[in-house]
Design a protein around this ligand. Sequence first.
Ligand code: CP
Ligand code: NVA
Length: 309
Amino acid sequence: MKRDLISLRDLNKKEIIFLFKKTKELKKIFKKKKILNLLKGRIGVLIFEKPSLRTRVTFETALKQLGGDSIYLSPQDIQMGKRESIKDVAQNLSRWVDLIIVRTFSHNITKELKEYSAIPIINALDDYEHPCQALADYYTIWERESNIERIKLGFIGDGNNVCHSLMLGAKILGINMIVATPKNYEPDKEIIEFSKDKVILTNDPKEVVKECDYIYTDVWVSMGQENEKEKRIRDFQGFQINSELLKLAKKDYKIMHCLPAHRGEEITDEILDSKNSIVLDQAENRLHIQRTLILYLLNLIKFRSSIKK
Ligand code: CP
Ligand code: NVA
């Protein structure tokens, strides 16, 4: 049976911890600039309907570092659903290449690609989830902690794709999380229901700052929401991560952001660039975790729960 990652729910806790341990091992190897030819002759296609720096570069780099190759398709190239149906795109690509990495608007498109493709699909962000981001973020925390279940993660901002995948991860990994959003920007009901025994919701960012070890934010205006910019900036007033809010924080708090940041909106320069910020570790780890993920989905590494940290 083929394996996909369109939601963080496609992985269970044991698999995620296995991926973390394997990533730690491979990260050391790749830091020494070693080459592993595990993907020789294999191609990953990136279908990207939105811009990207981190996701595109880390996936293309990972494929090439593993001895494979990548093809990048921009919105103009295939016009999925316009020039050709999603089903036809999925079925054609399945005859030529080994993996599809898709960044699109609707989660339904990601699901349809999964349904009709015979090769693994990776969700590289849609309107509902950003599972690769959450994997890299939890890996970043896991690398720093002897027991990730002891930490508390806080999210301040929009209850959107990144927040959703983090909430699913909190439930799957057994991490307590507090999510602070303005009214009407709460996460999706189904995600709230799934993660309800691990995730508390509030409309007060101070609650997050007072209690959490890791404080995470994302943009207030996501890709595709540009026409709502003015309203959103008004509605999110009071949710900026800045030095005033962080006066209430614990001593060793860490700041997280998926990036790109809209500096001066959801977070100030001072905080994003501070010594408490681990955003560049998160960005770096996108590469390391996705390298392992590709190998896992292509059945090139076998799941073993007993592997050491
Ligand atoms: N965090 C993230 O996905 O960044 P990009 O939009 O640059 O890929
Ligand atoms: N919520 C943001 C995340 C970008 C990585 C967006 O969808 O644009």
